[in-house]
Write a protein that binds this ligand. Structure first.
Ligand code: NAD
Ligand code: UDX
Length: 467
C-alpha cells in the first residue's frame, strides 16, 4: 500500500525545499508533496538529477517512481540542481544530505555544513531550516551559527525532524509513521513544523514537538535501541544453536510480551545498511565525546562486526578448497538495491578471499555489481547455483523464500544450503536432498544411510521432527 493521501488535492501547501534527493530526501519530498505541499527536491549529483528530470528515480524503492510521477503531474513536485535556487522562496528548507561515518566512527558533517553554507545567503528572513539528515546532538546549533555567520544576522530558525523510514517500505513508513518527531526551540519554527505535518496529524499520527537537541538524540537512541534488539537476538541465536532450540520460537515467545514487542527480533547475518552501522558508531562516539560512554553500544558494534566473518567461516568450512559457492542476495536487506554496509557483501568478500569460486545472484544487482569484484553474476538464482558445492542465502528476497528447491538441488553438485535469513523449511530442504544450515535453529542434515541397515532416505526423513 502506498499510503498516499487522497484528501490533499490542493496545490496551496507550504513551499518546501528538500536539499539532497537520495533515499530519504526524494521519498520525504514526494510524500510531503502528496500531503499537499509545494516541494522542490534539489541534488548536486548531476547523474541523479538527470534521471529525476527525465521522470525517473535513480535508485530502487518500491512505489516511489509511481508516487513521484503523480506528484510531478499534479504540479507539486519539481527538481533543481542548485540549492540556492531551491531554497530562495521556501518557507522550510529540509537538509537531507548524507552523514557518513568519519574514519574514527564519528559522524562526518561536511555535507550538512556545505548545504547550510550554500543556502544561507538566499533564505527568506523568518524561514526555517530543518535537519532531516541523521545528526548528532548539537548539530542544529552549529548549523544555526554557520547560517548566522554567512548572513550576518540571526533571522532564520533551525530545527530538527529526524526521519525513521526504512528502505524497502519507505513510503508506507513515512505516510503511516508510528510518530513524527519535530524539534524546534522557537514557537514560530515549531508552529511551521506542525503545519507541515498537520495532514498526518489529522489522520491520527502523533506529531511530537520537543527541543531540537532532544529530537536529534531521539533519532540516535531509537536506531541504537533497534540495533541492540537485533544484536541481542543474534547472540540468542548462537545459544539456540548450541542448546538445540529454535530462535524463531524463542523470539516469538519473548516478543509477545508487550514490553519487548515482536519486531526487530529476526536473527540473521548482522545488521547492515546505510544507518544502523554508522549511527551506532556515531552514538558511541558522541557518548565518548561527552564523557558519557555507551558500553552496550560499543559491545554491539564489535559483535556485529565479527558476526559476518564467523558466518562466512561456516560456509568456507563446508566448501572444498577452491570450490564453487553460490550466494543468493547481495543487498543489505530485501526490496532495496542499496548495498551500503551490506552483511552479504562482506560475507562475499570473505568467501572470495578464501579462494572460493563465488557466483552471485540478486534481483536488484546494479549497485552490488559496482561494489564488488572477483565474483561472477547471474540473472537467475538456479543458474548461479549450477555446479555449486554450497549455496548461501544472505538476503531475504521473496524470490528465495519461494525458490524451487528441487531445481536448486538438481543444479548443485553439493548438498549444503546455508540459510542465513531462515527462509527455508527444513523438511522441504531435506525432501529435495539438501542439508540445511540455518541461523539459530538445529541444522537439518539428513542422516546418512548406514551400509547394510536397510534404512533409506525416506525412512530417515520420516524421523525428522515436524515444525
Ligand atoms: P543518499 O546518499 O541516498 O542521499 C544524499 C543525497 O544528498 C545525495 O544524492 C547527494 O548527492 C546529495 N547532496 C549532498 N550534498 C548536497 C548539497 N550540498 N546540496 C544538494 N544535495 C546534496 O543518503 P540517504 O540514504 O538519503 O540519507 C540521507 C540522510 O538521512 C543521512 O543522514 C541518513 O543517515 C539519514 N537517514 C537515512 C535513512 C535511509 O534509510 N537511507 C533513513 C533515515 C535517515
Ligand atoms: C533503519 C531503521 O529501521 C530506520 O528507522 C532508519 O530510519 C534507517 O535505518 P533500514 O536501514 O532501511 O532502516 O532497514 P531496517 O529494516 O531497519 O534493517 C536494518 C538492518 O537490520 C538490515 O541489515 C536488516 O536485515 C537487519 N535486521 C532488521 C535484522 O537483522 N533483523 C531484524 O529483525 C530487523
Amino acid at each position: 500500500m502506498s499510503g498516499e493521501l487522497k484528501v490533499c488535492e490542493k496545490k496551496s501547501g507550504l513551499r518546501i525545499a528538500m536539499i539532497g534527493a537520495g533515499y530519504v530526501g526524494l521519498t520525504s519530498g514526494a510524500c510531503l508533496a502528496a500531503i499537499g505541499h509545494q516541494v522542490v527536491c534539489c541534488d548536486i549529483n548531476r547523474e541523479r538529477l538527470k534521471v529525476l528530470e527525465a521522470g525517473g528515480v535513480p535508485f530502487f524503492e518500491p512505489g516511489l517512481s509511481e508516487m513521484t510521477t503523480r506528484q510531478i503531474a499534479a504540479g507539486r513536485l519539481t527538481f533543481s540542481s542548485a540549492p540556492e535556487e531551491a531554497a530562495r522562496d521556501a518557507d522550510a528548507v529540509f537538509i537531507a544530505v548524507g552523514t557518513p561515518s568519519g574514519a574514527d566512527g564519528s559522524i562526518d558533517l561536511r555535507y550538512v555544513m556545505a548545504a547550510a553554507e550554500a543556502i544561507a545567503p538566499v533564505l527568506r528572513s523568518g524561514a526555517t531550516v530543518v535537519l532531516k539528515s541523521t545528526v548528532v546532538a548539537g548539530t542544529a546549533a552549529r548549523v544555526r551559527d554557520v547560517i548566522a555567520r554567512v548572513r550576518g544576522c540571526s533571522d532564520v530558525y533551525v530545527g530538527s525532524n529526524p526521519e525513521f523510514l526504512r528502505e524497502g517500505s519507505a513510503i508506507d513508513d513515512f505516510m503511516n509513521a508510528d510518530r513524527v518527531i519535530v524539534g524546534a526551540d522557537e514557537p514560530a519554527a515549531m508552529s511551521l513544523l506542525a503545519s507541515i505535518y498537520a495532514p498526518l496529524a489529522e489522520r491520527g499520527i502523533p506529531v511530537v514537538g520537543t527541543a531540537t537537541v532532544n529530537a536529534e538524540l531521539i533519532k540516535y537512541a531509537a536506531n541504537a535501541f533497534l540495533a541492540l534488539k537485533i544484536g541481542f537476538i543474534n547472540d540468542v541465536a548462537n545459544l539456540c544453536e548450541k542448546a538445540g532450540a529454535d530462535v524463531r520460537d524463542v523470539a516469538g515467545g519473548i516478543g509477545l510480551d508487550a514490553r519487548i514487542g515482536n519486531r526487530f527480533l529476526e536473527a540473521g547475518p548482522g545488521f547492515g545498511g546505510s544507518c544502523f552501522p554508522k549511527d551506532t558508531r556515531a552514538f558511541a562516539s558522541l557518548g565518548a565525546h561527552f564523557g558519557a560512554p555507551q558500553p552496550l553500544i560499543d559491545a554491539l558494534i564489535k559483535q556485529n562486526d565479527t558476526r559476518k566473518a564467523s558466518l562466512a567461516r561456516r560456509i568456507i568450512d563446508k566448501t572444498p578448497t577452491g570450490g564453487r559457492v553460490a550466494v543468493l542476495g547481495a543487498t543489505f536487506k530485501a526490496n532495496t538495491d542499496d548495498v551500503r554496509e551490506s552483511p552479504a557483501l562482506e560475507i562475499i568478500q570473505h568467501l572470495v578471499k578464501a579462494g572460493l569460486d563465488v557466483h552471485v545472484h540478486d534481483p536488484k544487482p546494479e549497485l552490488a555489481i559496482a561494489a564488488i569484484k572477483g565474483v561472477e553474476w547471474h540473472f537467475d538464482p538456479i543458474d548461479a547455483a549450477r555446479s555449486a558445492d554450497t549455496v548461501a542465502i544472505l538476503t531475504e528476497w521473496q524470490e528465495y523464500r519461494e525458490i524451487d528447491l528441487n531445481a536448486l538441488a538438481d543444479a548443485m553438485w553439493g548438498v549444503a544450503l546455508f540459510d542465513y535469513r531462515n527462509l527455508i523449511q527444513p523438511q522441504a530442504a531435506n525432501a529435495a536432498g539438501l542439508d540445511l544450515y540455518p541461523i539459530g535453529r538445529p541444522e537439518a542434515v539428513r542422516p546418512r544411510p548406514v551400509a547394510g541397515s536397510g534404512a533409506g532416505w525416506t525412512e530417515s526423513l520420516a524421523a525428522l521432527p515436524e515444525r
